[in-house]
Design a protein around this ligand. Structure first.
Ligand code: GDP
Ligand code: IMO
Ligand code: MG
Length: 426
């Protein structure tokens, strides 16, 4: 079966750390969507590593790692990432596989991303400026270049043709970065790309499954950034929910097994768009400082707020989450009281459903309050039996509201700082 691990909020839930932990139980870790907009942080022998395109199973010598067809690849970023990871894990290249159907991010995609964001002014999405939107636009617009195209003899002509289109598009913008300066390293990186294990990934995965191999699909971004169900247009350009796994890897829905949904014990968002439980006060600032909430890809300060159970319940429903994993619980150690949103109120009416427009000024979250667990820090707990009563109350309330059990509680950045509440059968 193919198990799935996805973020349930606006990204940065701690997916990288959890995949790195769970990878011990899997033969293959596969990315199915997104691209270098992702920043997945893991600690390898105490050293911080941020992965953008490479799956987070790469530090386990038994794990194969696949970049699936649903991912958009910037070969320059991938090459740099490979160099960094190889220095720590010399055998990684032999365990890295890339689908020949994955689309490429070109220098002009990055330029279009930047130009379009600049032109939007205050209404900008807050994109990571990695060219994600334009690359997916070319994919669905049937203009894109794929990894397999790099191996074709007419690649240069194909590249020139799409570049020509982009140059025309860029002419409508006032502010355009000097993308030609990026073209040289892009062309150079193609040699490294060609030398990777490029595979017909859907057959490769099918064979692995028939041999009884265990596969974990690693999501990027989060459910509220999903192109269809997120806070549109303040979203990314791919399906970040479980449905994305089937199209992004070529996996039949009947082969999906466990779905791990990751949520922080509070909530963050980076970039623009609605965030009903956002705290723009000293509590929000305290969360940012305690949680080290600065973007792993862009370094931008993350917006912070309370956990939003309305949004989480929606995400659990959309993806069929079977096991929850709650991260960054230690960050709440010194907070009392704690709040979670349990409904949205608009014109005196309460609802537990996600509305069409989340950025409605009249919409206000309704909170449930907890006293917290300031007397016994969760960060000090070595196993689940040591968790304070205040924390257990918080966790049980969330499980009940969401209708899914919390399998693990993460209480620090290290791989082993994970307490199994109920051990999932993998
Ligand atoms: P991802 O994009 O979902 O992989 O998450 P990021 O790596 O962007 O952001 C999560 C951040 O939280 C990283 O800096 C992690 O090292 C850190 N982190 C993960 N789990 C925990 C936890 O349980 N406690 C604390 N304090 N930090 C955590
Ligand atoms: P991981 O995998 C948090 C956000 C951007 C912006 C919006 C669109 O680390 O959780 P894009 O570059 O995709 O066009 O940006 O989505 N965003 C993320 N926020 N974590 C991420 O990835 C993100 N990837 C994109 O900030 O608001
Ligand atoms: Mg991240």
């Amino acid at each position: 079966m193919v198990d799935v691990l996805i973020g349930l909020q606006w990204g940065d839930e701690g997916k990288g750390k959890i995949v790195d932990f769970l990878a011990a139980n899997y033969d293959i870790i596969a990315r199915f969507q997104g691209g270098p907009n992702a920043g997945h942080t893991l600690y390898v022998k105490g050293e911080k590593v941020v992965l953008h395109t490479i799956p987070s199973g790469v530090f386990h010598p038994h794990c194969l790692n696949l970049i699936g067809n649903g991912v958009v690849i910037d070969p320059v970023i991938l090459q740099k990432e490979i160099a960094k990871v190889s220095a720590l894990q010399p055998d990684m290249l032999s365990r890295l596989f890339v689908s020949h159907r994955a689309h490429l991010i070109l220098p002009t995609h990055r330029a279009l991303d930047a130009a379009s964001e600049a032109a939007k002014g205050k209404a900008k999405i807050g994109s990571t400026l990695k060219g994600i939107g334009p690359a997916y636009m070319d994919k669905t617009g049937r203009n894109g270049l794929r990894v397999g195209d790099v191996l074709r003899p007419d690649f240069t002509q194909r590249y020139a043709s799409i570049k020509g289109k982009h140059v025309q598009m860029l002419q409508q913008y006032d502010e355009v970065p000097d993308w030609e300066a990026w073209e040289h390293e892009f062309m150079q990186s193609l040699t490294a790309l060609k030398s990777l294990n490029i595979v017909n990934a859907e057959y490769w995965l099918d064979r692995a499954l028939s041999e009884g191999k265990q596969i974990l699909a690693e999501g990027a971004q989060g459910s509220m950034l999903d192109i269809d169900f997120g806070t549109y247009p303040f979203v990314t350009s791919s399906n970040t929910i479980t449905a994305g796994v089937c199209a992004g890897l070529g996996i039949a829905p009947s082969r999906i097994g466990e779905v791990f949904g990751i949520t922080k014990a509070y909530c963050t968002r980076v970039g623009g768009g609605p965030f009903p439980t956002e705290l723009e006060d000293e509590t929000g600032e305290a969360l940012r400082q305690a949680g080290g909430e600065f973007g792993a890809t862009t370094g931008r300060p993350r917006r912070c707020g309370w956990m939003d159970l309305v949004a989480l319940r929606y995400a659990v429903m959309l993806s069929g989450v079977t096991k929850l994993i709650m991260t960054k619980t230690d960050v709440l150690d010194s907070f009392s009281p704690l709040k979670v949103a349990v409904a949205y109120e608009r014109q005196g009416q309460q609802s537990r459903e996600m509305p069409y427009e989340l950025n409605d000024a009249e919409l206000a979250p309704v909170y449930h309050e907890f006293r917290g667990w300031t007397e016994t820090p969760v960060s000090k707990c070595q196993d689940a039996t040591q968790l304070p009563k205040g924390f257990i109350e918080f966790a049980r309330y969330i499980e009940q509201y969401l209708g899914a059990e919390i399998a693990y509680v993460s209480n620090g950045t290290a791989r082993e700082q994970l307490l199994g509440l109920k051990k999932p059968e993998i």
